[in-house]
Ligand binder design. Structure first.
Ligand code: AGP
Length: 610
């Protein structure tokens, strides 16, 4: 989603910002722009579409800017267009603003400013910020931003420049991240909404907290709190993920990331086993065994794929650790009034660590005194900073909008955490060791699924003719179905519904007909017989069935039209290889249908709005 990059220092600021925006591309966007100051004038450039369009337009008429702000926009208020792209300038072209977030009272503010004679040039909520700042300006940019923000309702990360202050960028944040990284030696400062876009070496980094404002100059950064008083903040060293985003010869990032799973799972497990005790351990883990033993309930929060991982973990925690666990969709949960006792552990799952709904839900539970353990892939993320403890996925950068390796890494880490919790309770050592043995085989089993690439591609070709799909499963396989269906809909734009197979007869079976395909995930031994009966009911109504089933379970061949055989695996970990197969199936259907796989329509990698 939207991304901010700004720079002040000795280099060509426009080019530094364009390069910075390229590191934000993976988040998803539909237009981009930049603005900077030269000789008392704001110069700006905006383009719809990709950053290279912005770059080539800028390079037709470049200006040696000493400071610049830049933005990638993912449309919320107003369609993708040059007018709606950021930076937004005020009517006098004195102020330029880039903004992530949403201004909830922008209509009222527009109305107020129009009454004062201010003209607007875009449909965006963000433009009111530029107009308000100029309206509040009396010679001091910082003071003008401070005053303007008092009018705003909503949330934001902003970077602001003013034509009469060619040595200043003002940045501010509420519920949206802003990282400010600097080198005093080189006299340069970078501002970004995503610390992972800061690819310069040896930088010190500061993260703005809620309602803080920073005055950024090449040689210093001053931070002010919501009471306008200066805040002392110690900088951290910026730890960058050292992997670069390359497709490594694959046609798409999604395919590359699917094939990285055996290695990613290995990484997620690395040095996290204690074989002799049949348990798991986690590096630099701040929660003591006694604290973990005191936990009586677990609440899991996440969105999309991460919520699906949470649903599977909830069953697993109850099954093996006997801890009552519920998985909640963060965007729904934040509007409930939850009961959080001292004995509740909140587990927040997010690949990016920047999903606003998840972060907001975490803030809510922390305000109620809960301890939050996050499961995250991105080290410099907001969620990690706002959690009491974090278990990292170590999956490497996930670029494709469609989450794949993060999901299976999440499941691996969550299952290991479940094992630790179980061993701290009733699980005996031998059972723990047997469970660890299942983990050892996991990367090979996933690799075995991936080796069936060609067969999956053939099945995808056949099933790509359908417009409607049910993904049916039971117990652990039900959430795996939610995930399989999500993969298919997000990249192929087909109607796919994940449903518990046993619920079909309570209504949805009315939809079954020869034009609706059922993908059945039969990887749960405990409910295997049950799903066979459910599939018989589909077959009796002439519904075509593709079953994903464990090798050796021959009964399915008399029911399903097609069967993809998967390696046998315990129920608790079965979602992992079944997810890999569903991902490849969705990928090849999308290829058949010619959709944009890594950047599907309407979607963004990091969902930083409500
Ligand atoms: C999955 O393929 C998605 N694109 C999406 O559902 C994603 O999982 C969700 O937005 C949550 O993201 P997060 O894990 O980064 O918080």
């Amino acid at each position: 989603m939207c991304g901010i990059f700004a720079y002040i220092g000795p280099r060509d600021s426009a080019q530094v910002c364009i390069d910075g925006l390229k590191h934000l591309e993976y988040r998803g966007y539909d237009s981009a722009g930049l603005a900077g100051i030269l000789e008392g004038k704001i110069h700006s450039c905006k383009e719809i579409g990709k950053i290279h369009s912005l770059e080539s337009t800028w390079l037709q008429n470049p200006h040696p800017l000493k400071l610049a702000i830049a933005h990638t926009r993912w449309a919320t208020h107003g369609k993708p267009s040059r007018e709606n792209a950021h930076p937004h300038l005020d009517a006098t072209h004195s102020v330029a603003v880039v903004h992530n977030g949403i201004i909830e009272n922008h209509q009222a503010l527009r109305h107020m400013l129009r009454e004062l004679g201010v003209n607007f040039y875009s449909d965006t909520d963000s433009e009111v910020i530029a107009q308000l700042i100029q309206h509040s300006y009396e010679g001091d940019l910082l003071a003008a931003v401070q005053k303007a923000l008092t009018y705003l309702k909503g949330f934001w990360a902003i970077a602001v420049i003013h034509k009469d202050h060619p040595d200043q960028i003002v940045a501010a944040a509420r519920e949206n991240p802003i990282a400010i990284a600097y080198s005093l030696e080189r006299q340069e400062v970078f501002v970004s909404s995503d610390a992972n876009a800061l690819h310069a070496p040896d930088l010190d980094v500061l993260f703005l907290r809620n309602d803080e404002i920073a005055l950024v100059m090449a040689h210093r950064v001053d931070i002010y709190g919501d009471n306008s008083l200066p805040v002392t903040r110690h900088a951290e060293k910026l730890l960058l993920e050292n992997e670069t985003a390359s497709k490594n010869g694959f046609d798409h990032f999604m395919l590359k990331e699917i094939f990285e799973q055996p290695q990613a799972i290995q990484q997620a497990m690395h040095n996290r086993f204690i074989e002799d005790f049949g348990t798991a351990e986690f590096e630099a883990f701040p929660l003591a065994p006694s604290e973990l033993q005191a936990i009586k309930r677990i609440l899991i929060l996440g969105c999309g794929t991460s919520w699906h991982a949470g649903c599977i973990a909830a069953s697993l925690f109850e099954d093996i650790a006997r801890i009552p666990t519920q998985a909640e969709i963060a965007s729904e949960f934040r509007y409930k009034n939850p009961i959080i006792s001292e004995e509740t552990l909140v587990v927040a799952i997010s690949q990016s660590g920047e999903t606003l709904d998840t972060i907001a839900a975490v803030r809510e539970v922390r305000a109620k005194g809960a301890k939050v353990l996050s499961i995250c892939n991105v080290r410099n993320s907001t969620l990690v900073r706002e959690s009491d403890a974090c278990l990292f996925l170590r999956a490497g950068p996930e670029i494709s909008v469609c989450s794949t390796k993060a999901f299976t890494s999440q499941l691996t880490v969550l299952a290991l955490f479940g094992l630790l919790m179980a061993r701290l309770r009733h699980m005996d050592k031998t059972t723990g060791q047997a469970f660890l043995a299942e983990f050892h085989d996991l990367p090979d089993k996933v690799a075995k699924v991936l080796r069936q690439q060609e067969q999956i591609q053939r099945l995808a070709k056949k099933y790509s003719q359908f417009e409607h799909f049910f993904f049916l499963g039971r117990h652990y396989m039900y959430a795996a179905c939610l995930e399989g269906a999500l993969k298919l809909k997000e990249i192929s734009y087909l109607n796919a519904i994940g449903y518990p197979a046993g619920e079909m007869k309570h209504g949805p079976i009315a939809l079954v007909n020869p034009l609706l395909a059922t993908v059945a995930l039969c990887g749960n031994a405990r409910t295997y017989e049950k799903i066979l009966s459910n599939l018989m009911e589909i077959k009796a109504r002439n519904g075509p069935i593709l079953a994903l089933a464990p090798e050796g379970c021959q009964e399915i061949t008399s029911i399903a039209d097609d069967v993809l055989w998967l390696p046998p695996i315990c129920d608790e970990l079965a979602a992992i290889p079944y997810a890999a197969a569903s991902q490849l199936f969705a990928y090849y259907i999308a290829r058949e249908r010619g959709t944009e796989i890594d950047q599907p329509r309407n979607l963004a990698k990091s969902v930083t709005v409500e």
